[in-house]
Design a protein around this ligand. Structure first.
Ligand SMILES: NC(=O)c1ccc[n+]([C@@H]2O[C@H](COP(=O)([O-])OP(=O)(O)OC[C@H]3O[C@@H](n4cnc5c(N)ncnc54)[C@H](OP(=O)(O)O)[C@@H]3O)[C@@H](O)[C@H]2O)c1
Length: 256
């Protein structure tokens, strides 16, 4: 068993060592965990975020070959300029979401503005992937982030437009896996992840309820951790046979 884990680590190290990995959106949680693991495996990493202060903060918590660049994924021109400056690279990871302060809304009360705000996540992903195509290596990969909401619908309701944006990303990714091959394109669909900005934006009592729920209801008996998502993203990047995959990483919530 130990041998298998060592072998897996060796495969990941060999496939990432010396490669250039671009991560869109880095300040905390999932994206920071991906940056950390990628740098540990010997890749050079480009972090990106709209705020220089947040980039400086992220840089301080990381070691390895790391560079930071400003980008606003929701601004087409900013994304195009960013990728021109990045020049040639091997792997792209897009984690950022839309407006996290966007209210949940049942369809009957949903404003057009709220619905369009939800789709920002898709448009940001589209801007990034389109601009990345000019300089990404033919044997490289793109990993996009969707959500478990594309498989598991909430009884509470109110997330139909967000789920639609996440589904658009998943279908966009699978469709591109054919269109732009041999570049590989995969999509990760996480469940609830602790220590992310969406997590910290919830009240203490909401977080406590969710933790209790995860312990008692989820087959894995805990909430997702950023490092667990990072491991899954890295295996999609490193596995040269993986393309067109939509990978649910949800602690088994879709089984319930
Ligand atoms: N967290 C969960 O439980 C969960 C569940 C299902 C799916 N997901 C998906 O997993 C991904 C990561 O989740 P998360 O909660 O870690 O998301 P997040 O923190 O809201 O977004 C990821 C990163 O994007 C950055 N970002 C924000 N605005 C940006 C912009 N205009 N340009 C570039 N980067 C920007 C964020 O920085 P700031 O923090 O500074 O804004 C953050 O570092 C998202 O796609 C989310 O939809 C998460």
């Amino acid at each position: 068993m130990i041998y298998k884990f060592c072998l897996l680590g060796k495969i990941m190290f060999e496939s990432l060592s010396g490669k250039k990995v671009v991560i869109i959106g880095v300040s905390s949680g999932v994206d920071l965990a991906i940056a950390k693991k990628t740098a540990e495996l010997g890749a050079s990493v480009i972090l990106s975020h709209p705020s220089q202060d947040k980039l400086n903060e992220a840089m301080e918590s990381l070691s390895g070959q790391i560079e930071a660049k400003i980008v606003d994924i929701f601004d087409e021109n900013s994304v195009n300029t960013f990728f021109e400056e990045v020049e040639e690279f091997d792997h792209l990871v897009v984690t950022s979401m839309g407006d996290r302060n966007m209210p949940r809304s049942l369809l009957a009360e949903m404003t057009t503005e709220t619905a369009q705000g939800a789709m920002a996540k898709f448009w940001g992903t589209f801007f990034a992937v389109r601009a990345a195509l000019k300089n990404i290596a033919k044997n490289g990969s793109i990993t996009l982030t969707s959500s478990v909401t594309i498989f598991k619908y909430s009884k509470m309701g109110g997330i139909s437009a967000i789920a639609a944006a996440n589904a658009a990303i998943a279908v966009f990714g699978r469709s591109l896996a054919l269109e732009i091959s041999p570049i590989r394109v995969n999509v990760i669909a996480p469940g609830l992840i602790e220590d992310t900005s969406s997590w910290t934006s919830q009240s203490e009592s909401e977080r406590s309820d969710l933790t209790k729920w995860a312990t008692s209801a989820l087959p894995v008996e805990h909430l997702g951790q950023p490092e667990e998502v990072a491991q899954a993203v890295l295996s999609l990047i490193a596995n040269t046979y993986a393309t067109g995959v939509i990978l649910p990483l949800d602690g088994g919530v879709t089984l319930l």
